[in-house]
Design a protein around this ligand. Structure first.
Ligand code: SF4
Length: 252
């Protein structure tokens, strides 16, 4: 019988608990990670449109490669020049980012749509637009999914959304603040457990990234040194042999 088998002595896994208990667990996770990695100040990294384009470049790409691709893209000139450049040239400039052939035409089309919109390249209107509408507006752009849209809204406009990337998704699934589900569905599930407090959402997002890169890695997580171990579903089930992460349940 597995630890979570049907028995009176076995504790309920976190993922099966009511939303209120999982919200309290997530608040505990945030406090543990703050103690481990420190407080984070919500500060925009770049201007909104620059952030949007660099976030598209960051999809399935390491931070260093995203940065290299972004810097080389900017050598092509201003936004108008990037739109006018041959797509192959844009793809070459962003080659350090994964899937440059797909991203180049999407970036050009996104820029083209913005250039032709009433406000042009200025995204400042997203600061006041209702969050739901702002997410819809951004995700209607080519190459912009809910994670990219959430990053721009939270980082640049302090809007109460919670970007779920692979680290955020993996840790929360393993700890059991959410059940197993896809990354898209996890956005809504996690946001429902969190206070609508942008500085808190930002800090938790950044600290989960740090924890996912350093400790709760995709394969062979370092549970022995993990500050979340005592309340983690995956650790309770597998001990220090937590399997590589998959959205589907792993075989015990
Ligand atoms: Fe990840 Fe292990 Fe920590 Fe659980 S105990 S959050 S599986 S590193």
């Amino acid at each position: 019988m597995t630890l979570f088998g049907p028995s009176e002595e076995t504790p309920l896994p976190n993922a099966a608990r009511p939303a209120g208990e999982r919200a309290a667990l997530l608040a505990w996770v945030a406090a543990c990670l703050r103690a481990e990695y420190g407080e984070r100040e919500l500060r925009p990294r770049r201007e909104p449109l620059h952030e949007l384009i660099s976030t598209i470049l960051s999809q399935r790409t390491t931070h260093d490669d995203e940065e290299a691709a972004y810097q080389e893209l900017r050598t092509l000139g201003d936004w108008d020049a990037i739109i006018a450049a041959p797509t192959a040239e844009v793809a070459h400039a962003i080659r350090r980012s994964n899937y440059p052939e797909s991203k180049a035409p999407r970036i050009q089309e996104t820029l083209r749509r913005l250039r032709d919109a009433p406000g042009g390249y200025d995204l400042e209107f997203l600061r006041e637009m209702p969050v739901k509408d702002a997410l819809k507006w951004l995700t209607d752009l080519p190459g912009v999914g809910v994670k990219t849209a959430s990053l721009v809204l939270l980082f640049n406009f302090s809007r109460p959304v919670f970007p779920v990337d692979t680290h955020v998704h993996r840790i929360n699934t393993r700890v059991g603040t959410i059940a197993r589900m896809g990354e898209q569905a996890a956005h809504r599930a996690l946001l429902a457990l969190l206070p609508p407090d942008p500085p808190h959402l930002y800090e938790l997002h950044i600290n989960l990234l740090a924890h996912g890169r350093e400790v709760c890695t995709w394969t062979r997580p370092k549970c022995r040194v993990c500050v979340l171990r005592e309340r983690c579903d995956a650790y309770a089930q597998y001990g220090e042999r937590v399997p590589s992460f998959s959205e589907k349940p792993a075989k015990p």
